[in-house]
Each structure stands twice: as structure tokens, then as C-alpha cells.
Design a binder for this molecule. Structure first.
Ligand code: F6P
Length: 324
């Protein structure tokens, strides 16, 4: 490890929070301190930079947070930072605090900001994939996704109990922004009967007739998972009732998926990536995003990390239909 000219680095969390962000902050802070650099925390993401809301961090600032959901640095979606003036102000604040490098933990919008800070304003940045959506290139999983899937499954398992007892159809909407990744994984793991995602054209008529013919054979309970980017659960539930005459209820899981104790997988991923981000900054490698691919640390340009398309979704859908 060569610390080069860097003496002080900062870390922020930006965009939608996700379980595991605290483990990432802890790793950045403690690895930075370990290698002899000062570490600051920026409150409320890029907005905190603009507002000069920066705190010094030490070993103890990150005690007892590895197991906590949310982010101790808080997070925001900053409109001010979207402008060039906002970014200019952010860089001025960073320089005023004599900060030499910035670790940004967030999703694609946060990566875009980090990329601009480096490429347009010359400020050294490194990105860590912190989003439940798992929609970024350069990493097999993003920090928060594994926990979000487990959280959704816990709820769906409970809904299945009441669905079976009362012989109802349930349409359950999960988060994921424009990606159907969470919905597909959750549907397979929950043993759902169907899943509607933005990446696939959905055969509504086919689903209605499957429900009707199943019903004739005594199958009353159906679980349909809907990705928020594909349709509204309420609309889907209403159309099922209209087409089949069967009682259908809807549940929107929403922000519950963003909270809670991070899974072991998310904590390990976040810890490894925090260390990798510090490593890059201290070795003078900037404008990059770190990830883990096939269990190895992977580094790509921030600009290349935007919206990922999955190739396994059709296969998973086939599997789901075979199994149900
Ligand atoms: O990107 C994470 C995410 O939770 C998405 O799944 C969702 O579409 C979005 O954030 C919701 O954002 P907000 O909390 O700002 O409504």
C-alpha cells in the first residue's frame, strides 16, 4: 500500500439507502485510518457537501454499526448537486477541508455525480455500489440487495399463510426501480406462481387462463410478484379479479425492503469494497467503481457502471413456470 500524496479522504452515502452501507462506511474509515490518512464523513450525501456538513471520523465513530441498517451519515437525493454550480461548490468545500479524495457509496445517479466530479472538475473519486436494486455493472451484487431479497421473502412467506388460509390470490409489488432483478429472484425463492418484470413482455391473458384452469382443479391460492418498474400491484389485482372473478388482494412492500439488519453477504461485500475503495484512492487510481465479480475485487470506470441488463431472467422465468 502506497499512500502517495493523499492525507485526508472523505466518505458519503447518496441516493436510496440500503442495508450494508454502514458496514461500508466502517470499512472505509478504519482502513483509511489504518493506512495513516485522516477520514471525514459527509452528512446527507452530495447535499451535505454543498451545505458544508462534514464531520471528522475516528475509530470509534464507526463502532457498533456493522450490524445496523440505514446509514449513520444519512443520505439524500440532491437537486442542487445536479447542476455544474452545485458540483463546483462541492469541490470548493472539499478543498476547503483539505480533503484529497472522496468515496461515494450509492447507485447509478450517485456514480454519475462521482464520475463528473472526477472527469469534469478533476476531483479524485471512487464509487461503491450501494443500492438494493442490483442494477450496476462491474459487480455481481450491489450492497443491500441480498438483505432486500431476504426481507421481501420474509413478508411474502407471511402473506402466503393468509393467502392459503383464506384461499385468495395475492399480487405483491417489490422495489427495484427499473430493474426486475429483485422481483425475479424473490419470485423464484418464494415459489411464486408468476412474476411481472419490465424486461419481459407479460402474457396477462395466459395468466388469467392458468388461474381459471387451476381453479377448476382446486388450486385457489396464487402469488404474483410485480416489479415496481413493470406495473402497479393494485392495477394487476383489479384486472385479475375482473378477468377471473376470483378474490385478489394486493400488497406493496415498498420501503420495508430498504431497512433492517444487513445479511452476512451484504456485510462482507460492503467490508471488502470499502477496503478496495481506500486502496484505489491511496494508490492514485480515480474515477473508478469497485465491485466483486466471481469473488474477486473488480474495478471499472465509473462511467461504465450505469444500468445493467441481466441475461438470466428468461431462464429463471422458465424455471419458475416449470416449478409451479
Ligand atoms: O434505488 C433504490 C430504491 O429503493 C428503488 O428500488 C426505488 O425505486 C427508489 O429507491 C425509491 O426511492 P425513494 O425512497 O426516493 O422514493
Amino acid at each position: 500500500m502506497v499512500s502517495g500524496p493523499m492525507k485526508k479522504i472523505a466518505v458519503l452515502t447518496s441516493g436510496g439507502d440500503g442495508p450494508g452501507m454502514n458496514a461500508a462506511i466502517r470499512s472505509v474509515v478504519r482502513c483509511g485510518l489504518h493506512y495513516g490518512v485522516e477520514v471525514c464523513g459527509v452528512m446527507r450525501g452530495y447535499q451535505g457537501l454543498i451545505d458544508n456538513d462534514i464531520i471528522e471520523m475516528n475509530h470509534r465513530s464507526v463502532s457498533n454499526i456493522v450490524n445496523k441498517g440505514g446509514t449513520i451519515l444519512k443520505t439524500a437525493r440532491s437537486k442542487d448537486f445536479a447542476t455544474d454550480e452545485g458540483k463546483q461548490r462541492a469541490v470548493e468545500v472539499l478543498r476547503k477541508h483539505q480533503i484529497d479524495g472522496l468515496v461515494v457509496i450509492g447507485g447509478d445517479g450517485s456514480y454519475l455525480g462521482a464520475s463528473r466530479l472526477y472527469h469534469k472538475f478533476g476531483f479524485p473519486t471512487v464509487g461503491l455500489p450501494g443500492t438494493i436494486d442490483n442494477d450496476l455493472h462491474g459487480t455481481d451484487q450491489t450492497i443491500g440487495c441480498s438483505t432486500a431479497i431476504n426481507t421481501a421473502l420474509e413478508s411474502i412467506d407471511k402473506i402466503r399463510d393468509t393467502a392459503q388460509s383464506m384461499e385468495r390470490i395475492f399480487v405483491i409489488e417489490v422495489m427495484g426501480n427499473k430493474s426486475g432483478y429483485i422481483a425475479m429472484e424473490v419470485a423464484v425463492a418464494a415459489g411464486a406462481e408468476d412474476v411481472i418484470i419490465p424486461e419481459q413482455i407479460f402474457d396477462y391473458e395466459g395468466m388469467y387462463s392458468e388461474i381459471m384452469s387451476g381453479n377448476k382443479k382446486g388450486k385457489i391460492t396464487w402469488i404474483v410478484i410485480v416489479a415496481e418498474g413493470a406495473a402497479k400491484a393494485q392495477t394487476v389485482a383489479e384486472t385479475i379479479t375482473k378477468a377471473t372473478g376470483l378474490e385478489t388482494r394486493c400488497v406493496v412492500l415498498g420501503h420495508v425492503q430498504r431497512g433492517g439488519t444487513p445479511s452476512g453477504q451484504d456485510r462482507i461485500l460492503a467490508t471488502r469494497l470499502g477496503a478496495a475503495a481506500v486502496d484505489l484512492l491511496l494508490n492514485g487510481i480515480y474515477g473508478k467503481a469497485v465491485g466483486v465479480v466471481q469473488d474477486e475485487i473488480n474495478v471499472i470506470d465509473l462511467a461504465d457502471a450505469k444500468k445493467r441488463q441481466f441475461t438470466h431472467l428468461d431462464d429463471h422465468y422458465q424455471l419458475l413456470k416449470i416449478l409451479t
